[in-house]
Write a protein that binds this ligand. Structure first.
Ligand SMILES: Nc1ncnc2c1ncn2[C@@H]1O[C@H](COP(=O)(O)OP(=O)(O)OP(=O)(O)O)[C@@H](O)[C@H]1O
Length: 249
């Protein structure tokens, strides 16, 4: 087996101190192989966002380690972590985070330009990914001229265009209606299957998690269950929802 893209060991995060301390993550071991699409599910407050933030280098653990593409993030200083985040990770958020005055192409190209890439090269890569996500006919539209699902596709193209080792998606369908949500989940499935990108997605929606290769269930900061899906096209949503009920929300 090849080297994992992500590997956490005994990852623990405690917020606050003394009587007010909250153990948001409690000894999480998680390994993600190249090309895997992993969903993290669990009840509100179980530590999903905390896990994503620690793996994404947006916050630091209280103890334990995070390896990202062969590097231990916990051994690096803040500038080094920022540099790894820029070069190796692509983020997709619930609220798209697009810049209103820029069009789709400019939005998707911007992070690469800010990172020092020649604008012509950045635009070329951005356009290629916008075409792959089905927005080749919307390159010059601004966010306000796009539907929610289309805006999220721009954000996905922006996350992928720099060719990161890992895509981190935090409730990527949380602000979309159910049809657009399934389309975005199907697109992430395609990005994993066709273009072999590695995706870690947090969601509370069983229908969306059912597009992943594997679902990791968190409760009270611990991994309590794991499911490998046979059908990765949403068909097993009911089974995933039943499992969530068993775990309790
Ligand atoms: N900055 C913080 N300071 C103190 N406590 C925090 C902080 N961030 C999160 N927590 C607590 O840590 C626990 C885990 O929070 P986290 O946001 O990771 O959960 P979650 O599973 O993503 O929840 P949700 O599904 O509601 O977004 C919760 O009890 C939360 O209140």
């Amino acid at each position: 087996m090849s080297n994992p893209i992500v590997s956490t060991q005994a990852l623990t995060k405690v917020y606050g101190q003394g009587a007010a301390a909250v153990r948001a993550l409690d000894g999480v071991n998680l390994t993600i192989q190249p090309g895997e699409f992993v969903a993290v599910m669990g009840p509100s407050g179980c530590g999903k966002s905390t896990l994503l933030h620690l793996i994404g280098g947006l916050d630091r653990p209280t103890s334990g380690t995070v390896w990202l593409d062969g590097q231990d993030l916990t051994q690096l200083n803040d500038d080094q972590v920022t540099s790894i985040r820029r070069k190796k990770m692509g983020f997709i958020f619930q609220f798209f985070n697009l810049i209103p005055v820029l069009n789709a192409l400019e939005n998707a190209a911007l992070p690469m330009i800010l990172d020092g890439m020649r604008p012509a090269e950045a635009r070329k890569r951005a356009q290629e990914w916008l075409e792959r996500v089905g927005l080749g006919h919307r390159l010059t539209h601004r966010p306000s001229e796009l539907s929610g699902g289309e805006q999220q596709r721009v954000a996905i193209a922006r996350a992928l265009a720099s060719d990161p080792a890992l895509i981190l998606a935090d409730e990527p369908t949380g602000n979309l209606d159910s049809r657009a949500s399934e389309e975005i989940a199907g697109l992430l499935r395609q990005i994993s299957s066709t273009w072999e990108r590695t995706i870690l997605m947090v969601t509370h929606d069983a229908r969306i998690a059912a597009y992943a290769d594997r679902i990791v269930f968190l409760k009270d900061g611990k991994v309590v269950d794991e499911t490998i899906l046979e059908h990765r096209n949403g068909e097993q949503a009911e089974m995933v929802a039943d499992k969530m009920k068993e775990i309790g929300d």
